[in-house]
Design a binder for this molecule. Structure first.
Ligand code: HEC
Length: 103
């Protein structure tokens, strides 16, 4: 019953929540806001190693970590850390829709 309810609501919700940015745009956003720290070799001076081993350098990295990214960036806004890069609400919402669509 619960599964059925979820399925039917997913069918209805999907068009409205479908990604309105491309994979390339999602990756570009993450490169701007996340990759200084979340790289195999972080460029950020404060990061000696990849935080929590979460590398976000490719579209498949983003898909692999989609759920965690959504939690940290859309739901809680814990990331980008200290919002150093001033990620906007519009960007968070667009990334959130993309993450939902690729999960
Ligand atoms: C200034 C460096 C920095 C930037 C920029 C940054 N992060 Fe992080 N991130 C961290 C650190 C440090 C941690 C580990 C936090 C902790 O120990 O709780 C972390 C943890 C995470 C985690 C794992 C959380 C967990 O508890 O498992 C995810 C997912 C994540 N970041 C995603 C992102 C995303 C997506 C962005 C860009 C929108 C981003 N981060 C930008 C430093 C950064």
């Amino acid at each position: 019953m619960t599964a059925l309810a979820f399925l039917s609501s997913a069918v209805i919700v999907l068009p409205a929540s479908a990604a309105d940015i491309s994979d390339a745009e999602a990756l570009a956003m993450v490169r701007r806001h996340c990759v200084s720290c979340h790289a195999a070799e972080p460029a950020h001076p404060a990061m000696k190693e990849t935080p929590k081993n979460v590398v976000l350098e490719t579209v498949s990295d983003l898909k692999k970590h989609a759920r965690a990214i959504a939690e940290q960036t859309v739901a809680s806004k814990a990331m980008p850390l200290g919002n150093e890069t001033e990620m906007t609400e519009t960007e968070r919402a667009a990334l959130g829709r993309w993450l939902k669509a690729v999960q």
